[in-house]
Write a protein that binds this ligand. Structure first.
Ligand SMILES: Nc1ncnc2c1ncn2[C@@H]1O[C@H](COP(=O)(O)OP(=O)(O)O)[C@@H](O)[C@H]1O
Ligand code: SF4
Ligand SMILES: [Mg+2]
Length: 325
């Protein structure tokens, strides 16, 4: 594990209250992100990935309860902060890149206005300095004619350009942690590749760590340094990107890999994991994956497996671990 952590999350448990009942979505997830690394969180839709990022950012709706032993960002404990303090931290230290750039861009304001307002508000820059930083960041993310872009409105830009502008807006504030929740899912393949390449190139220029959420293992292969695999609100495996792709240990990870075309997973044929992740109201005893697992035995139905170390930096939670050579 590299030193210099920007994010440390310990035992994150998030529940939602629906019709006066509590439903737990995250069941005690722990992980960390180091500076200059990209940690990918992967899992099927509904596994709790977005709830995880929103819990960290303090952006869940009122029916949510977030409990954690600790959520530390750049050494600062976030669990004790008031909503107002949290608002400040979000603007200054966390940058968020979403799937749909229009959720971050105001359609009524020019790009220049939006970028400079953020810089003035969060970094206290003067008008000229804010404009200079905005131009510089647009160039850094490969936006051509940045002067002209500053005068344009979001609707005048293509989808790929909007994505770059949103990334530039986030980066200009020099965050410690960049959170990207499925940022490329809605883009066509060529633009998706360009955005991933950009994020890879930026990684070392930034003084930040990246938490990258995706359901797509193809994207993980392109961008991750380390990976955590989330299933139904539980971290089932964690490892370096090569460990996850070359020596997947948890049956869920193996199933995810086997279901992806174009990814080499020797010995496994392309086949989706039967069934779907449980919904929020479904109580499951023992291993949360057991209803879908071909290896399940009695112990799996009775006891939740703990995470076990397999190699330095590589661990998985399963009663019947088999590491392929
Ligand atoms: N505001 C909410 N109220 C109740 N349940 C929610 C809410 N937001 C998300 N959930 C539930 O939490 C689970 C995880 O959702 P989510 O984190 O969005 O999954 P993912 O991002 O992995 O696709 C889902 O079962 C979803 O229905
Ligand atoms: S603990 Fe049992 S059910 Fe869960 S993944 Fe391992 S073998 Fe499958
Ligand atoms: Mg999501």
């Amino acid at each position: 594990m590299p030193g210099d952590l920007v994010l440390e999350v310990r035992d994150l448990k998030t529940s939602f209250q629906l019709h006066k009942q509590d439903y737990r979505v995250l069941h005690g997830v722990s992980f960390e992100v180091a500076r200059h690394e990209t940690l990918c969180v992967v899992g099927e839709s509904g596994c709790g990935k977005s709830v995880m990022t929103l819990s960290i950012m303090g952006l869940l709706p009122e029916n949510a309860t977030v409990q954690a032993q600790s959520i530390r960002l750049d050494g600062q404990e976030l669990t004790a902060l008031s909503p107002r303090q949290m608002n400040k931290v979000r603007g200054r230290k966390m940058g968020m890149i979403f799937q749909e750039p229009m959720t971050c861009l105001n359609p009524l304001l020019t790009i220049g206005r939006q970028m400079t307002e953020g810089l003035k508000l969060h970094l206290g820059l003067g008008k000229e300095e804010a404009r200079r930083v905005a131009l510089e960041t647009l160039k850094q993310v490969g936006v051509s004619n940045p002067e002209e872009r500053l005068r344009q409105y979001p609707f005048q830009l293509s989808g790929g350009l909007r994505q770059r502008v949103m990334i530039a807006m986030v980066l200009s504030l020099n965050p410690r942690l960049l959170i990207a929740d499925e940022p490329t899912t809605a883009l066509d393949v060529t633009i998706q590749k360009q955005v991933l390449l950009l994020l890879r190139q930026l990684k070392h220029q930034l003084d930040a760590g990246v938490l990258f959420i995706t359901h797509d293992l193809g994207v993980v292969a392109e961008i991750a340094d380390r990976v955590i695999v989330l299933y139904a609100g539980v971290k089932v495996e964690e490892g370096g990107v090569r460990q996850i792709f070359e020596q997947p240990a948890h049956p869920y990870t193996i199933g995810l890999l086997a279901a992806v075309p174009n990814i080499k997973s020797e010995g496994y044929t392309l086949s989706p994991i039967p069934g779907t992740p449980p919904n929020i109201a479904q109580a499951i005893e023992g291993c949360r994956f057991h209803p879908r697992c071909g290896r399940a035995t009695d112990i799996c139905r009775e006891q939740a497996p703990a995470l076990r170390a397999l190699a330095p930096g590589h661990s998985a939670a399963c009663h019947h671990l088999e590491v392929r050579p």
